[in-house]
Design a protein around this ligand. Sequence first.
Ligand code: ZN
Length: 334
Amino acid sequence: MRALSLLVAGLVLGGCATLGVNRPTVARGGGGVVVGESDDFVVVVPSRTEHPDSLARTYLGDASKGWMIEDFNGGRRVFKAGERVVVPRRPWNVSGVEPTGYQLVPILVYHNLGAQSKGRLVLGADAFAEQMRYLKREGYRVVTLTEFVDWLRLKRQLPRKSVVLTFDDGYQAFRVYAYPVLKKLGFSATLFVYTDYVGAGRNALSWDELKSLAAEGFDVQAHSKTHADLRRASGETDAQYARRMQAELAEPPRLFERQLGRGVQFLAYPYGRVDDAVLARVREHGYAAAFTVRRESNPAFVRPLEINRSQIYSEMTLEQFARNLNLFHQENLR
Ligand SMILES: [Zn+2]
């Protein structure tokens, strides 16, 4: 963190040559005192009640951009009296690569939830809520999968403390246990559903339910048709495999179009399993990104069809959960 702060300080000093130093002005509607500005930065001395989100509202027109101020000023959310705070007006490091290493974004995978935990894959509602509150309290920013993929394409900078939440299979338990917590905390999430399961019994979400979740901003994406391993089975002929893959990869986009009025961009591999032949088919079918369950965070240069996700199991303590939130790979890149 110290190296980063130094880097940030260097950037700020480096930018000073282009900073027009104005006579200090008090911003209208709060924000503190502006002591300098350029096309790229505003330097302010915030009044005592200001925090990154309120400064972002004043200077960037959007409180949700508070992370830009937080990240640019060494990750701090509280400022000292009289301190000069730099407000970057635009992204300054889209790839997240720095002289000391590079940014990583963890993507978490949940499956079923229940009133109590059961087995590895049914996580108790209380443990889930505790994990979400932990993310909020520790200043994590939950970003959408689309924002994450934009980052891979170098079209968007992501907060240093970004995390993505995904829920596999399409369980009714998402609505019962996850939805209220996510709504309350203002977190987004992606549901990966396999289409044979949608509407198949009381534990499954229906298309109508997925439609209303989508209308509220939750993202719904594909997890194949049948949830079978997409790799070629032993004894499967070329023709059989081609037919099976056609069904597994083309059926979800067709059904999404019909039921939700839009196509599919992303795929989560059943069991996270993938090989070169699967990759080729997934590419042919036009999926923009696809997701495994390799327990690692992702750099911006991860291969888009082999993106890592970390599964959260019911037996994990909060500390073990937090170990999945790896945000930076340290390496001397000078
Ligand atoms: Zn699954």
